[in-house]
Design a protein around this ligand. Sequence first.
Ligand code: NOJ
Length: 450
Amino acid sequence: MTTFPKDFLWSASTAATQIEGGWNADGKGESIWDTLVHDGTGKIAHGENSDTSIDFYHRWREDVALMKQMGLKAYRFSISWSRVLPEGIGKVNEAGIRFYQDLCDELLKNGIQPLVTLYHWDLPTALYRQGGWKNPASPDWFAEYADVVSRALAGRVRYWLTFNEPQMFCGLGLVAGVHAPFEHNDDVAMMDITKHILLAHGRAVQVLRKNCPGAKVGMAPTGDCCLPKDDSPEEVEKARQKSLSEYPGYIMSNTWWADPVFLGQYPAWAKEKFGDLLYPMTAEEWTLVSQPLDFYAYNCYQGTVDIVPDPSKYDAYAYQGSPQTAAAWNITPKVLYYASKFWFERYHLPILITENGYSGLDCVMLDGKVHDPQRIDFLHRYLREVAHAIADGIPVIGYSVWSLFDNFEWAAGYSCRYGLIYVDYPTQQRIVKDSGWWYRDVIASDGGCL
Ligand code: NOJ
């Protein structure tokens, strides 16, 4: 029998671009995920876009009612920067501010704690046109945005996350060119970009501390957690070292981002690898970037496994025919145990799992319901590993399923579904999947039924 703390944050997650729609409603400005997708780059599956998505911008009241029925204790969502500041800086869009204030009020009225992410990848186009994260002014822009949002939501929001997955918006968007803004920057440019994002994080933390006394502040990184072949101390140590290395490439790695933010220093491997090419930092900048945070948030889906004796051959595809999701991600429940352990032991902060979930090819069945036993089994197995971590004394303070709804999965368009709630896109009808009702029962039993 599993014991989760009474105040455990049982949550589900979304992001503005993926659910809101209303891409130009009520004074919203454009983000790179509007402008560059409309430009017909051909980079999104089936030429899809997020113009309407699940129309949360207009349907949020009914959607909060569903959250209430599911018994969520918390709801993680992101703010659309260009909805509140259409040009990224300067003029504030009051309608955008009101939208997020009303949403928070409705959540609080229903006993649901808002967990707010400031940046989930949707850079305002006006700032992109000025160079985006390459521009040394970008930390100032982000501080201004954080100030506007946190003053508007102070007293309503306690939990804040600055950036979602810098690994991915940099790795996929600025190096591999498969996410907006579809760029291929070299190492020299990535040094500046990294530094600006780290400084922007630090500036936002300062602003949040000032405007929201008592706030709980963190960042939501991802990164590969490598799994040991077995639970022997030697294998666990090997997997830990690999997880803290530059694997699977420095921008995508854990420690490129987490060591500066949580330890106030470059990872040792980075000094060796880059030498003088590394972005320079003054003592004041290190202090800014590494201000104390309240938890280590982590987005976690799959672990990578050592498939051959050669430790450089870690791979997500464990063996021929290994179990996978619709997005071809490995099903490896133990990653939630080992990631919680490795990050806690390195950074000494409570762990908040900000994303974990299963992509499927769900559909409405003859009985009008959406049966998704694979997702239930996936969540069940992964949550047991959270329980395992807690039982081992690792303070995990919350868990957020990705995602509350089916939604726009970036370059993959609408091709796979992550939701606990099914969305029929042409009619916008919502149907809570079996997994959504299952999650309600898990929450109602404080995880006791797992
Ligand atoms: C991580 C991202 O934060 C989220 O936006 C995305 O949809 C999920 N992973 C699934 O790919």
